[in-house]
Write a protein that binds this ligand. Sequence first.
Ligand SMILES: C[S@@+](CC[C@H](N)C(=O)[O-])C[C@H]1O[C@@H](n2cnc3c(N)ncnc32)[C@H](O)[C@@H]1O
Length: 438
Amino acid sequence: MSMFAPAACSVRAISAPTRRAPPVIRTTWSRKDELSILGFMRRNDTAMAAQRELVLNDAQARHCARMQDYLAAQIGAAQGWLSFERFMELALYAPGLGYYSAGAHKFGAGGDFTTAPEVSRLFGACVARQCAEVLGALGGGSILEIGAGSGRLAADVLSRLETLGQLPERYWILDVSADLRERQQRHLAQHLPHLQERVRWLDQPPEEFFDGIILANEVLDALPVARFRWYHDRVEELGVVIDAGRLTWGARPASPPLAEACRRLADSGGAWDDGYVSEYCPRLPAWTRGVTGCLRNGAALWFDYGLPRPQYYLPERHEGTLLCHFRHHAHNDPFLFPGLQDITAWVDYTHLAEASRGAGFNVSGFTTQSYFLAGLSIDQEMQSIAGNDANLFARLANQARQLMLPGEMGERFKAMAWLRGLNLPLSGFALQDLRHTL
Ligand SMILES: C[S@@+](CC[C@H](N)C(=O)[O-])C[C@H]1O[C@@H](n2cnc3c(N)ncnc32)[C@H](O)[C@@H]1O
C-alpha cells in the first residue's frame, strides 16, 4: 500500500469548487459598484487602490476596455442578449482579446492559478507511468496533449518516459493559446533539447490516425457552459445584457434542447428549489469527439475538477460551479475582468462518460487524483527522484500532499480513462473504481 493512501471521498470536502489557486483570499466577491467593470475603469486609481493586489496596470486596463467594447458590440448585434455560453467563449477565446488567445501570464506565482503539473513533477512522472503501460501494450505509439499550459507536463512526461525506455514516436501539443505555445516551446527547448525533434505543435487534431494516448489536464473546465435557472414549470437560460452601462445577468426562456437537457439533469440531482442555478456543457460531446477522432487504438486520459452527475447537481449546490481566477483570487463574477480572468466550470463526469460512447470509446476507469497517483506508485517516484537527498525528499513529500490530500487537490480533481481498441487494466485506476457513481 502506498504511504500516501488517500482518505475516503466525501461530498463535503469537495463542495467548494476551485482550481488549485493558493491563496484563495475569498470565494465570493462583493459586487460593489466600484468593483463593477465599468465603475472599475473609471476608478482605477481610487477604489481599486484599496484592493492593491487587484489594481490593473495601464495595459491591462486598456485590454479590459477593448474587451468590454467588443462584448458590448456582440451583445448589441445579438439584440441585447448574449447566451452565457457565447459570452464565456468570447471572454476566453475571442481572437486577440480572450483570456486564452491574448497574452495574459496565467500560470505560477505571477499568474492566476496553479495546476497539478505546476505543483510537482510527481504528477507528470505518474502520468508517464500510466502512458508507459498503454504504449507498452500497443507496442509503441504517440501522445497528443491538449492544452499544455506552460509545457511542464509535456516535459515531465517525456523525461520520465525516456528513463522508462518508452518514449513516444511523436508528442503533439494542441493548444489554442499562441502565447502559451511559445512558453511551451521555450520550456521544452530548455529542459529537453535532445527530444525537441519529437515534439510538434498543432492547430487542430492530427490529420492522420495514430495509436497512443490523448492527455488533457484542466482543459475541459474551460469549455464554455450554458447557465440555467430552474423553476418547476419552466427553465430559463441565463445570458448577458448591459444594464446602466454594466454587464450583468439577464434571463430568457431556455431553448427546447437546453430545457430538455436540464430536465434530465434534474432527474439525477434530486429536488431542486425554484431559482436553482447551475451549468451544463452542451458542446462537451462534440468537442471530445472532435479531439479524439484521430486516435485509432489507445487511451484518452482526462484530468480535471469535477463530480459525477448526482453530486454535481445536488440541490445544495444551488449556485452552480462557475468560478473565475484572477491573480490567485477565486471569485464568482464572470463580468469583473473580462479577457483578463480565467472562467471555469466543473466537469460533469457522467456527461463525459456518456460522451465516451458517442466518440466510440469505453470508460475504463474513473477515480480521484489521489487514488490515481497512489495507483501509479507516487511514493516510488519520490524515492527515485530524491535518491539519498533528504531535503529533496521532504520537498517532494510536501508536494505530494498538495496533490493528494482531500482538502487540497486529491478529491476535487478526478481522472477518467477512455479506451478504444485496447483492453487493458490501468494501474492508475486499480486502487479505486468510482465508475458506479457516474
Ligand atoms: C488551465 S490550463 C491547463 C494547462 C496544463 N494542462 C496544466 O495542467 O498546467 C488550460 C490549457 O488549455 C488550453 N486550452 C483552453 N481551451 C482549449 C481548447 N478548446 N483547445 C485546446 N486548448 C485549450 C489553454 O491555452 C491552456 O494551455
